[in-house]
Design a protein around this ligand. Structure first.
Ligand code: PMV
Length: 336
């Protein structure tokens, strides 16, 4: 009972920041994202009565070392994986333990969060390995339980996660396939190490921000508008809305108690530069997740000029170009 899945990371144009229900990972707001072709995770899961416990192994980039961990290690990463396997086992009525091997094909140490691609790949592989036949909607609901943003890495291309009122109504679906629009996400890496405060922990304090209510009230309109921008492939409108939502999310994070400052000086330099480039007629727009790295969204025709300009900014360590990508899917080749 072995299966392997590959899943992309995604970048949110309208971001998820705050939960209505912690255990079920129901979000306070709906969100919209694009899957990333250049940042994927592959995961193999095997369930067998011969395993006495769950074994979770994280392969490094070159597959030279395997970091082996089990539930007993109480390492939060592997514990989250084991808990997620429980969510799938419950549905299948299985008590078998599993071996999980997972590998990130992200540019090495790029400081890009892998929980979305990781939990999406884990969900699709585990469900298949236990012989369950589930719809895409059901897969997104299970993936959401592992990491909220992971539900958006299951459907193809451009995806909406509808916040819903309960677990069954909080799911993700594709708005458009990956070939809908030649958009690019040029990730400008300014810090390669892992962020200090992860998104799960960061979101815990969201209600202490005086600006949370204002942001959440604005989101339904912003979602409508961004859908319009996607439908009409209107980069100016999309970019303006995306930047507004990014700044709103970070304003909430920065005004939480205790405050969270995800940016560094180079992050701010890039924001200013992007605004200057627009004055020069280059249609590029920024968005930033829970860390200092900046995602520049532009059309494929502007890739060269945007990448060139970004790479010249002092403090920039790496540039990663992503196209819109397919969602999670099964693959034949196993990692073990
Ligand atoms: O699902 P998580 O815990 O990885 O949270 C994602 C939070 C942001 O990346 C900041 C926003 C988003 O919607 O992806």
């Amino acid at each position: 009972m072995k299966a392997t899945a590959i899943a992309p990371a995604n970048i949110a144009f309208i971001k998820y920041w705050g939960k209505a229900d912690d255990a079920l990972r129901l979000p306070l707001n709906s969100s919209i994202s694009m899957n990333l072709s250049g940042c994927v995770t592959t995961t193999t899961v095997e369930f067998s009565p011969s395993y006495r416990e769950d074994i979770v192994e994280f392969m490094d980039q070159k597959a030279l070392t395997i970091l082996s961990r089990s539930r007993e290690d109480s390492q939060s990463e592997s514990l989250r994986v084991c808990n997620h396997l429980d969510s799938v086992r419950v549905r299948a009525g299985s008590s078998w333990h599993a071996r999980v091997v997972t590998k990130n094909f992200f540019p090495k140490g790029a400081g890009i969060a892998s929980s979305a691609s990781g939990f999406a790949a884990l969900t699709v592989a585990a469900v298949e390995a236990l012989g369950l036949t589930l719809s895409e909607k059901e897969l997104t609901i299970i993936a959401r339980l592992g990491s909220g943003s992971a539900c958006r890495s299951i459907p193809d291309g451009f995806v909406e996660w509808q916040k819903g009122k309960n677990s069954q109504t909080s799911f993700a679906y594709s708005l458009y396939p990956e070939n809908h629009w030649d958009l690019l996400d040029i990730v400008v890496v300014v810090q390669k190490s892992q962020k200090k405060i992860g998104s799960t922990e960061g979101m815990d304090g969201v209600r202490t921000s005086p600006f949370l209510g204002k942001r959440i009230r604005n989101i339904p309109d912003r979602i409508k508008e961004i859908k319009h921008a996607l439908a009409h492939k209107d980069i100016e409108f999309l970019g303006a809305l995306m930047e507004e939502d990014c700044i709103n999310m970070h304003a909430v994070a920065m005004t939480q108690k205790p405050p969270i400052y995800y940016w560094n000086g180079t992050t701010m330099d890039i924001i200013r530069s992007v605004c200057d480039w627009r004055m020069q007629g280059i249609p590029a727009y920024f968005t930033i997740d829970a860390g200092p790295n900046v995602h520049l969204i532009c059309e494929a025709k502007d890739e060269k000029i945007v990448s060139k300009k970004a790479s010249k900014i002092i403090g920039v360590q790496q540039i990663i170009v992503n196209k819109p990508a397919q969602g999670a899917r099964l693959v034949e080749e196993h990692l073990f």
